[in-house]
Design a protein around this ligand. Structure first.
Ligand code: SAM
Ligand code: SF4
Length: 336
């Protein structure tokens, strides 16, 4: 069985946010004043999350990513991973983390069955890291990466490229991909929810034509050839490898060059709402139907039937359509 929407897009990938709480307040993700976090009763329980994944597996989903807020803030994260790993049909389980609590959790995550880790790191400069994350300590993430590297995780670094903030460090990240067996993913800043009008922060076209040309320009300066890399399971990221590198680099540009036509993902928020599209406000709470498969399937089909063709991240305020609203949620309340 496959989950298809009205445009015949097959959905085999679900991102589950396990908490909206976070140990950081990154400038592109959460407001400076913070948010009122959901209370514990509002968050899906361990059993609900595992059952959710079972239901999705019955509907043809093969890949689950756990995200947040910060997923390592949940004490039961390893129990959740172990439960999902044991589900027939789930071939791939991944987790996205800010890495702050990774040093003390890496081994337990591996033992629980986690195979893939995306670690968010936007800069190698401790002062800039503190600024971007509003208070984080770079040394803790680096310790986390080091600890995770002791286990055979597939590791990706998520680098949100922010105009005027870390765009001078692209070469450093490319060099990191030469020296380390990781996939460094340069990601465009996405104007989401309350930030939906902050389109200017994503507009690489103005200064550099595109994030792609900016990264390629830096890669060319390294005077080492690079070529496209085709590895499956990478969704929207276009990947490249510099000759002789231990790792690789990728580009994710949902704004300047959207990949909606091949979107294969659904999202579930920490309070149990299904979102067929990251950008729009449409969502429906599915918590009450988690333990009733028929009702659950109906809700998912309903969400898919209303899935829009694309988002409006690249449009100016004047160009935007006026009858639909962008999501009320901040990125930390969806999970990326
Ligand atoms: N706390 C975890 C972390 O930071 O990795 C997981 C949740 S976070 C919302 C997931 C990913 O979304 C991170 O890699 C983060 O950098 C990215 N992200 C957050 N806000 C974003 C934005 N406005 N545009 C692009 N990426 C964003
Ligand atoms: Fe927290 Fe991740 Fe958002 Fe940063 S990007 S505020 S670490 S949820």
């Amino acid at each position: 069985m496959f989950l298809r929407d009205k445009l015949n897009r097959v959905h085999d990938y679900v991102r589950i946010s396990v908490t909206d709480k976070c140990s950081l307040r990154c400038v592109y993700c959460m407001p400076e004043e913070g948010l009122d976090f959901f209370d514990d009763k509002t968050l899906l329980s361990t059993e609900e999350i595992i059952q959710l994944a079972r239901n999705f597996a019955r509907l043809g989903v093969t890949k689950i990513r756990l995200t947040g807020g910060e997923p390592l803030m949940r004490r039961d994260i390893c129990a959740i991973i172990a439960g999902i790993s044991a589900i027939d049909g789930i071939e791939d389980i991944a987790l996205t983390t800010n890495g702050l609590a990774l040093a003390r959790n890496a081994e337990a995550l591996w033992q629980a069955g986690l195979k893939r880790l995306n670690i968010s790191l936007d800069t190698f400069d401790a002062t800039k890291y503190r600024e971007i994350t509003r208070g984080g300590a770079l040394s803790e993430v680096l310790r986390g990466i080091e600890a995770a590297s002791q286990f055979p995780f597939v590791i990706k670094l998520n680098v949100v490229v922010i105009k005027g903030q870390n765009d001078t460090e692209i070469a450093d990240f490319l060099k990191y991909s030469i020296e380390n067996p990781v996939n460094v993913r340069f990601i465009e800043f996405m104007p989401i929810g309350h930030d939906a009008s902050s389109r200017d922060k994503t507009m690489w076209q103005n200064a550099y034509q595109s994030l792609e040309s900016l990264v390629f320009e830096e890669a060319n300066k390294l005077a080492r050839a690079f070529s496209p890399l085709d590895f499956s399971g990478n969704g929207p990221s276009e990947n490249y490898k510099i000759v002789g590198a231990k790792g690789s680099f990728g580009l994710i540009h949902p704004v300047s060059c959207n990949f909606c036509a091949s979107c294969n993902r659904l999202r579930v928020t920490a309070d149990g709402a299904i979102k067929a599209c990251l950008y729009w406000n449409d969502e429906e709470n599915i918590r009450a139907s988690i333990f009733d498969f028929d009702a659950f399937s109906e809700k998912i089909e309903h969400a898919l039937s209303g899935k829009p063709e694309n988002h409006e991240m690249a449009l100016t305020e004047n160009e935007k359509n006026s009858y639909q609203l962008p999501t009320w949620r901040h990125m930390s309340q969806i999970g990326g």
